[in-house]
Design a binder for this molecule. Sequence first.
Ligand code: TRP
Length: 448
Amino acid sequence: MSNTQSQAYPVWSNRLTYILATTGAAVGLGNIWKFPYIAGENGGGAFVLMYLLCILLLGIPIMIAEVMLGRKGRANPIHAVLAQARAAGLSKGWSFIGIMGVAAGIMILMFYSVVAGWSLEYVVQSASSSYMDKTPADVAAGFGELAKDGSRQLIWHSVFLMATAAIVGLGVTRGIGNAVNILMPVLFLLLLSLLVYSYQNGNFSEALNFMFSADFSKLTGDSVLVAMGHAFFTLSLGMGTVMVYGSYMPENQSIPGAVVTVAFLDTLIALIAGMTIFPLVFASGLEPGSGPGLLFETLPIAFSKMWGGAFFGAGFFLLISIAALSSSISLIEPGISWLEKLGIKRMAATIGLTVLCWIGGAASIYSAEVFDTLDHLTSNIMLPLGGLLIAIFVGWRLGYTRVRKEVSGGSNMLFNLWFIVLRFVAPIGVMLVFYESIKNILASYGII
Ligand code: TRP
């Protein structure tokens, strides 16, 4: 810590900002768009239970390890891992974790921003009542039209990326920190108002039953794997997001305490999002398992028939847009932090990476294949691989004493429990997800 660069390294203005920023990274399209529809597709309750188990056994232990790497290294994912590897006398090759992470963040943002753009479009469509008096078939067809309208998607994709760049370009405390301090409370308030709206206008008991009554006969091997993969995605694990946010964490903040808080909030918000969406879906006699279109096809149908539908519909899609924005900044930050360390000005780094994401996003707008490849490659391969390598690096290579020093506080027994889970349970779990995804990919190309 002797050179001026490390003295100038940013730190969140307080503990709460760290929690809000990391919760903002975690809560996103994964919670509000993906979780309800995959819970719907995989039969509800039993799947929800599996997902909770995965958060507890894989997500939290690996997240503690990843945050620890960041705070100990006080640098972007590539340099943080490199420094740890050096200090422990290990190969420089471990920095691959960081390199893959920076790349994965950019790749995720390339399709994430397109989906976020759809939700911006639906804020406007809702607020202008444009789907209000249409038949259900016409409302659903509206999404199909948007999907074919490249230039319209391109406009929203650009708007969303510019908002992301504006925040990130301002820096860690002035940009990201200030943004999450405003965005997250708005997000909580919006979500709670929508929950009340849904409670009053929807079929709450059927939704409760769907989400929480566990029918294990519906649980297939595949849905267990979907639950595991989603635990990674929703906590923003395996690619350096929580590492870089951890690198800005105040020294006196407890890592396990913060991680458990964030994981709890993330899960709570996913469950509340489900309890907001499904009552509306059931009240309108629609299908809970309708897939990725649940949010953009099914929900507008529900809103189109409801009291205050235009207003609350706009509120709902605004909620999704805000959740997406507080996540998108976390996808690009690892790359920016790395470029800064290489001596590039933050503004220039932001513009460069944003242009890259814009091009990739344009490609995924015009080609469904690019969109799907980016989604699958990152969620099914890069994130689990990153998580696996983090678990092995911290659990097996860094050494007990070094790790114990950084994850300080708490009893030795709790620490040991975590360390054992990190060493054994997490890698085996991840290897299972990983094995299955590789098999699926090979099968989809007809190779096996
Ligand atoms: N967790 C976010 C969501 O649920 C998405 C996200 C942000 C993410 N940063 C990430 C996913 C890093 C994986 C890795 O929408």
